[in-house]
Design a protein. Structure first.
Length: 267
């Protein structure tokens, strides 16, 4: 083996060693997160939040209850602090400096509308909330429940929340492969929109917003969801909270809201 060959090999090894040391020292640079944004049509709740507006105007404490299943509880998040209700509280406090705003997380993994109704009195109404955000419908679709039955349950829940004089915002399903595999998902999304319109409640169009992220902005599901292909992750929970906080802020500031968005059915 020639001396020149040995010297060349040693130089290559040194360069590789220095490069590896630098990479190990700096760590792997993670890909940049997408910008959290949504078109205006997905921000409007299309309903006033009169009680929340009155409490904020009077300088009174505002209590918000987020009830739902796993995507309210925070499945897929790295910690409870990264669930959407926890992030929503921080975002709302930024929108309303000095206001006493509390967001209570009443999400339970695996529940459907009937399960939630069974604990409405004990976990929602007894808190005397100014605003209730009700995330519902996904598990019914995943379990192939009849939409007519779910419609009756959701209307019953709205009636009970109205009797408690709470503002109401419905949140529809996440846009995810395991949800899209079910043929009734578009029917459920339309049912939620129809119910909100007829009942005069707010609607946060999570499904359409996430669909926009995936299909229009081409953000991969790996960025939007946890590895199970169903639950959201820290980024999407945080972005949902950010957009929802803006929606609540707009509904309080401009009660008339904005024009309603079109149907979400497939073409």
């Amino acid at each position: 083996m020639s001396r020149n060959f040995l010297l060349t090999a040693l130089c290559v090894a040194c360069v590789l060693g220095v490069s590896s040391f630098r990479e190990a020292s700096a760590g792997t640079v993670p890909p940049a997160e997408p910008v959290c944004s949504a078109p205006g049509e997905f921000v409007g709740l299309n309903a006033p939040l009169w009680r929340t507006r009155a409490a904020l105007s009077a300088g009174e404490p505002v209590v918000i209850v987020a009830i739902g299943s796993s995507s309210t509880a925070g499945a897929g998040a790295s910690s409870p602090a990264h669930s959407y209700p926890a992030r929503l509280e921080s975002e709302l406090r930024a929108h309303f400096p000095g206001a006493d705003i509390t967001v209570l997380n009443r999400g339970v993994n695996g529940e459907d509308a009937a399960d939630m109704l069974a604990r409405f009195e004990s976990t929602v109404i007894q808190e005397r909330p100014d605003l209730v955000i009700w995330q519902v419908g996904t598990n019914a679709v995943l379990r192939d429940h009849k939409l007519d039955g779910e419609s009756r349950l959701i209307r019953d829940g709205i009636t009970r929340l109205k009797a408690a004089q709470s503002d109401i915002v419905l949140m529809d399903s996440q846009y995810a492969p395991k949800v899209l595999a079910k043929p009734d998902i578009f029917g459920m999304v339309d049912l939620m929109a129809k119910t909100a319109r007829e009942q005069g409640t707010g609607l946060f169009r999570r499904f359409a917003m996430m669909r926009h992220w995936r299909e229009t902005r081409q953000i991969p599901f790996e960025t939007l969801l946890s590895p199970d292909g169903l639950h959201m992750n820290d980024w999407s929970y945080g972005c949902v909270a950010k957009i929802l906080a803006q929606s609540i802020f707009d509904a309080v500031r401009t009660p008339a809201g904005v024009a309603r968005a079109p149907s979400t059915r497939r073409n």
